[in-house]
Design a protein around this ligand. Structure first.
Ligand code: DGY
Length: 327
């Protein structure tokens, strides 16, 4: 029997690719960069499944190009803002994602960014490499204490809670923002307080963003909300770049409206090397690597492959973001 045809928009770890190759006739884009739009539209023609990375926009046009054979879209990420979910749902196509397996890895990295910004680790490294370290200095590269400080977590889902768990070890006061403050046993257990966004921004020494990107969260951090933060505040973003208005953030950092930012995600992404943000010393930028551990990327690959194959077999996806397709 012939195997179902699928297009994989970039090569992922073998843990997942081996499963995909066993079950499918897989066309795998092997370029280091994502396939150009016209190539994507061409290569999906007639496929039954698409295994996508967050670097490819899977919108209605792509689904139309795939045609009526399309049975499943499996995204190699927990976030799925690169996929037009209403369009997939209209077409009866289930969309899979990879929640859970990257929670701790991502929270580890968000906390690493918090610490690196607080204690100016990247600036210190640059300073030492530049041969500027001539003696121990009483006021050399002073930073902020983490222990006992207040952490504001915007979005108290799996990764937001992971951040809170880590902050507990540093005796931090934990505030979080979750619209309407639904009762949360974990928050009660660790003594975290749900507050409105203004209170969180005004009171926090560190503000960490953990919301998905959607119409409600686009530019949630903007000129106005940045002005609510303390002048010493540190902003950490490991969610999605467009949750923060980049232009407003640049101005806020330049004019010391806030103290520091540590970003794993940017808008645009990748951020051009000549972007003015990168001229500032009070910002750390990482290239969207918060989930990038060997083990986690392997687990994501397996999950993405399992979602894909379940969809091809007509079974419910183990992790489906639009279960309405099952009626
Ligand atoms: C995700 O999964 O959404 C991350 O941004 C990449 O791991």
């Amino acid at each position: 029997m012939s195997k179902p045809k699928v297009f994989v928009t970039r090569s992922i770890l073998d843990a997942g690719l081996d499963i995909v190759r066993d079950f499918c006739e897989a066309d795998i884009w092997s370029g280091e960069l994502p396939p150009p739009r016209e190539v994507l539209l061409e290569r999906v023609k007639g496929v039954e499944g698409i295994l996508s990375l967050l670097t490819s926009q899977i919108d209605d046009e792509v689904m139309a190009a795939a045609g009526t054979n399309l049975k499943v879209i499996s995204n190699y990420a927990v976030g799925y803002d690169n996929i037009d979910i209403p369009a997939a749902t209209r077409r009866g196509v289930p969309v899979g994602n990879t929640p859970g397996v990257l929670t701790d890895t991502t929270a580890d990295f968000a906390f690493a960014l918090l610490m690196a910004a607080a204690r100016r680790v990247v600036e210190a490294d640059v300073y030492a490499r530049a041969g500027k370290w001539r003696t121990w200095g009483p006021s050399l590269l002073l930073g902020q204490d983490i222990t006992g400080a207040t952490l504001g977590i915007i979005g108290f889902g799996r990764i937001g809670k992971g951040m809170a768990k880590r902050a507990q070890g540093f005796d931090m006061e934990i505030l979080y923002y979750s619209p309407n403050c639904p009762p949360d046993p974990y928050a009660a257990e660790i003594g975290a307080h749900c507050v409105d966004l203004t209170t969180l921004l005004e009171r926090s020494d560190f503000v960490s963003v953990h919301v998905p990107l959607n119409d409600q969260t686009h530019h949630l951090i903007n000129k106005e909300t940045l002005r609510m933060m303390k002048p010493s505040a540190v902003l950490i973003n490991t969610a999605r770049g467009p949750v923060v208005d980049t232009e407003a953030l640049y101005e806020a950092l330049r004019d010391q409206v806030i103290g520091y930012a540590a970003l794993d995600v940017t808008d645009p992404e990748p951020i051009p090397a000549d972007h003015p943000l990168l001229e500032l010393e009070n910002v750390i930028v990482a290239p969207h690597i918060a989930s990038a551990s060997y083990a986690t990327r392997g687990k994501m690959a397996t999950m993405a492959a399992e979602n894909l194959i379940a969809g091809l077999k007509g079974e419910h996806l183990p992790n489906c973001v639009n279960p309405q397709v099952y009626g």
